[in-house]
Write a protein that binds this ligand. Structure first.
Ligand code: AP5
Ligand code: MG
Length: 192
């Protein structure tokens, strides 16, 4: 299996690049943000609980997202591999993911970490907020809170995978195709 983590702060292009990567490499896309927004749209109790935290730019509890990923892994037994987008976001989530993959006798091949300056992140997300309807995009304070959560809790996840020499950094600014080219180059170099 080819299991990849696409990593980066809010607005770094994880969702945009995920669509292209799953098409090229035949992977199953698992975005915890998308899974949570689908729970919100269906007005489930989990969705309602998550919404109040997401609207403030805060992370939802580890147990919630770990549970969602665990069932997604179970319901996709035929997948050639998974592309994790927006997960893991805490060290506890990273450890849980390793254990879940171990049960499937597989592991993370690499973490692709996209680097984008904070001002570019804020400008991308404010621009998307004009049309996306995402309630966490239309307020600069909430966008900055999401970036602060990233620095306080999520950046350390890269250190976790660095211990296993699994992290590669990729330029996250430029055109979508240029960035995609950089990601593919790194992935292809591990497939040889
Ligand atoms: P999530 O949905 O994961 O949002 P995020 O990390 O804040 O990031 P985004 O999805 O906004 O950005 P992205 O990196 O996917 O970039 P995109 O491609 O969209 O999480 C939302 C919330 O859910 C969290 O705040 C938290 O509350 C909760 N949550 C989710 N997972 C969790 C977890 N594991 N644990 C706990 N809580 C969790 O691009 C952004 C914009 O930029 C788009 O408009 C795009 O068109 C544009 N763009 C993309 N590439 C380029 C480019 N090269 N040049 C110019 N513009 C570009
Ligand atoms: Mg996203």
């Amino acid at each position: 299996m080819l299991n990849l983590i696409l990593f980066g702060p809010p607005g770094s292009g994880k969702g945009t690049q995920s669509e292209k990567l799953i098409a090229k490499y035949g992977l199953k896309h698992l975005s915890t943000g998308d899974l949570l927004r689908s729970e919100i749209a269906q007005k489930t109790p989990l969705g309602l609980e998550a919404k109040s935290l997401m609207d403030k730019g805060q992370l939802v509890p580890d147990a919630v997202v770990i549970g969602m990923i665990s069932s997604a892994l179970e319901t996709n037994p035929e997948a050639k591999g998974f592309l994790f987008d927006g997960f893991p976001r805490t060290s506890a989530q990273a450890e849980a993911l390793d254990k879940l993959l171990e049960l499937k006798e597989t592991s993370i091949k690499m973490m692709l970490a996209m680097v984008v300056t904070e001002e570019e992140l804020v400008s991308r997300l404010l621009k998307r907020g004009e049309t996306s309807g995402r309630s966490d995009d239309n307020n600069e304070g909430v966008i900055r809170a999401r970036i602060a959560e990233y620095h306080n809790k999520t950046a350390a996840v890269a250190d976790y995978y660095k211990k296993f020499d699994k992290v590669v950094t990729v330029k996250g600014e430029g055109t979508v195709d240029e960035i995609f080219g950089g990601l593919c180059k790194e992935i292809d170099s591990t497939l040889d």
